[in-house]
Every structure is written in C-alpha cells, then in structure tokens.
Design a protein around this ligand. Structure first.
Ligand SMILES: [Zn+2]
Length: 88
C-alpha cells in the first residue's frame, strides 16, 4: 500500500508536508494567513509559510525599528520610569 498520503511532518521544519506543490497551493488559497509555498530539500515535500513577526524581522521589515528602540540608554530610561512607578 502506498502511504504517501499519510499525514507527515518534516523532521527539519516540523511543518506539515504536502506531497505536491498543487496541494500546498490549495491550502494557500484556502487560508488567508498562508503567504507562500516552498519546496523543502530535507523531506522532498512542500511546506507553507506565513509572514509572522519573526519572519518580518528576518526580512528586515521591523529590524531597523527594533534596533532604534532597544539601546542601553533606552533601557536605563525605562528602568528609571518603572522604579518611579513603584515609588508612587
Ligand atoms: Zn521539509
């Protein structure tokens, strides 16, 4: 018996494995949060991916913003603010 249609998860990405691009594409059309399908060399199947905060960071969309807001000076300022709140 051919078990290729059994539910299978990738050992590398832990994602659900689609046995064909067409199948992955179908779920892309069905779920708005799925943004992209791609082929995985590890399991020789297709995975879907959505743009998350982490992905946006990876793509450099929010990286600049994060870098600006998290500086030692900023952290010290935040701590001071919190300490003042505790005193109140
Ligand atoms: Zn995979």
């Amino acid at each position: 018996m051919d078990n290729r249609d059994d539910i299978k998860y990738c050992g590398k990405t832990k994602k659900y494995c689609y046995t064909s691009e067409a199948k992955a594409q179908r779920s892309l059309n069905a779920y708005e949060q799925i943004k992209r399908v791609y082929h995985c060399d590890h399991c020789d199947c297709w995975h879907t991916t959505k743009i998350s905060g982490g992905k946006a960071f990876e793509l450099g969309i929010i990286e600049a913003e994060e870098r600006r807001s998290i500086s030692p000076k900023r952290i010290r300022k935040e701590i001071r603010k919190l300490k003042n709140k505790l005193k109140e």
